[in-house]
Design a protein. Structure first.
Length: 473
């Protein structure tokens, strides 16, 4: 088992490939989600400590029978919850190859071609974003880690500051920014949340007022975070205006593009991102809108010297001798990790295999689905939008005729129950958010399989499931 023969590897590979074909081919026939319990799942797993080994077919059978049906089917075309990529076959195969080679991307010398491939792929992303040629970056585990790395670099711009450091971000910003501030010792309380307007975009006047007030109070503003697609409504902050404010007060501009930034590949969304190319750093998530399987996030720095100041560490056991500039590249000088898997392979295979035209078309298709849903809601008399659709996120409520005169509290409680019932039903999956203190159903189209017809089925599912829900609180 530790070192299978060529025949065994072929047999394992054939069985796994057969599983993948059947799984992907049968996606639409599966429920997106199946109600289950910890006890039920444990019942299908033999949890005794395995002293003797088990053959591969039996392991695959447990995966097929006891893991797959009790997982949320993230590749399903009506999986609209959170910001969930569907994964791609090419990404799955790339992960298999990366694990087979088992490259460890710590420094160039440890994995010459994999590190070179990562640098080429990061440079493609740099070009997609319109960053200058000197910009550098790394693949990390996800958007949270990319935000953490960027804030660590930003902090180096004010290393000797005596006052309290302050970072500014809209109230709609992902919680990973506050978490990064806590982990970096800046403190959650030093993240100033700036109000948003009716489109859920940062109010730039409020940003200026907050910075001025902090300066007067003796604090040290150092960074402003702009969103290129907020997690709850998909709003893109006015990045050009925020850049102007950052210049005026000498702040680092970090853009959190974990959800939305790759939508720059879709012609109809491109103009929303004007100014993003002027950021000092950006967080992106190929495991979101490049459709790749987790985990792969990405951080890019305009001037990587600040990242170097934050992360470089010279230890005797890692010291390098006689390397030239390119070959001396040290990955851990630009991010928090030492051992890193070969994440670049799946991003490279996807970009080169599908091409930017194909990806742009797929993203455009997702945007069209969200817009189609918004148009259907606006044309209906039993649904209402809770936020404008900017990218592929849609927030809304069901207000059937018998609830039309009820209070917001009653309508919100009904929608909460509707969400639970929809998830249990399994045909479509949504998540939720709170907007202006009101409950909202929330969906995000992030799957190249999703069609306009799926958006219609979602509305039908909601109407069907709603009939079984009691109205009273
Ligand atoms: C805007 C935004 N930023 C950051 C994150 C965190 O990304 P990850 O889950 O890859 O850590 C998310 C996740 O949904 C997000 O939507």
């Amino acid at each position: 088992m530790l070192e299978p023969s060529a025949d065994e590897i072929r047999d394992w590979g054939n069985s796994v490939t057969q599983f993948i074909i059947e799984y992907l081919g049968g996606l639409r026939d599966r429920p997106v989600y199946r109600q289950t319990s910890s006890r039920e799942i444990r019942g299908g797993l033999d949890s005794k400590l395995p002293i003797k080994g088990t053959d591969f077919d039996s392991l695959l059978k447990i995966f097929r029978d006891s893991i797959v049906p009790f997982s949320r089917q993230n590749a399903h075309p009506r999986m609209f919850g959170y910001v969930q990529s569907p994964g791609t076959a090419i990404g799955a195969f790339a992960d298999l190859l990366a694990s087979t080679l088992n490259a460890n991307l710590t420094i160039w010398r440890s994995a010459p071609a994999p590190v070179e491939l990562e640098r080429v792929t990061i440079d493609w992303i740099r070009q997609i974003l319109g960053f200058p040629a000197e910009a550098l970056g790394l693949f990390v585990s996800g958007g949270s880690m990319a935000n953490l790395a960027a804030l660590a670099a930003a902090r180096q711009t004010k290393p000797d500051s005596l006052g309290r450091l302050r970072v500014y971000a809209s109230t709609a910003t992902h919680f990973s920014i506050a978490k990064a501030a806590a982990l970096l010792g800046i403190g959650r309380e030093n993240v100033r949340h700036i109000a948003v307007d009716a489109r859920f975009e940062m109010r730039v006047d409020d940003l200026v007022a907050a910075i001025k007030a902090d300066l007067e109070a003796g604090c040290t503003p150092f960074c402003v975070v702009g969103n290129a697609g907020t997690v709850d409504t998909g709003a893109v902050d006015p990045l050009g205006d925020i850049r102007d404010v950052a210049n005026r007060f000498q702040l680092w501009l970090h853009v959190d593009g974990s959800y939305g930034a790759f939508a720059i590949l879709a012609p109809s969304a491109r103009k929303l991102f004007a100014g993003m190319e002027q950021a000092d750093s950006i967080a992106l998530d190929p495991h979101k809108w490049l459709y790749l399987p987790v985990d792969v996030g990405c951080v890019i720095y305009r001037d990587a010297e600040f990242a170097h100041a934050a992360f470089a560490h010279e230890a005797e056991y890692t010291r390098m001798f006689g390397e030239q500039a390119d070959e001396a590249f040290v990955c851990w000088d630009y991010g928090p990790e030492l051992s890193r898997r070969f994440r670049a392979l799946k991003v490279w295979m996807l970009l080169k295999g599908v091409g930017l035209d194909g990806l742009g078309e797929a993203i455009e298709g997702n945007l069209a689905c969200a817009r189609h849903f918004e148009a259907m809601v606006q044309a209906s008399d039993d649904f209402e939008m809770a936020a404008p659709v900017e990218l592929s996120i849609f927030c809304f409520r069901h207000v059937p005729a018998h609830l039309r005169d009820e209070s917001p509290k009653v309508i919100d409680a009904f929608n909460e129950r509707l969400l639970v019932a929809l998830q249990r039903d399994g045909s479509s999956y949504l998540s939720n958010t709170t907007l202006g203190e009101r409950f909202a159903l929330r969906g995000c189209v992030l799957n190249y399989r999703t069609t306009l017809r799926d958006m219609e089925i979602l509305l039908d599912d909601l109407r069907r499931v709603a009939k079984s829900i009691p109205t009273s609180i």
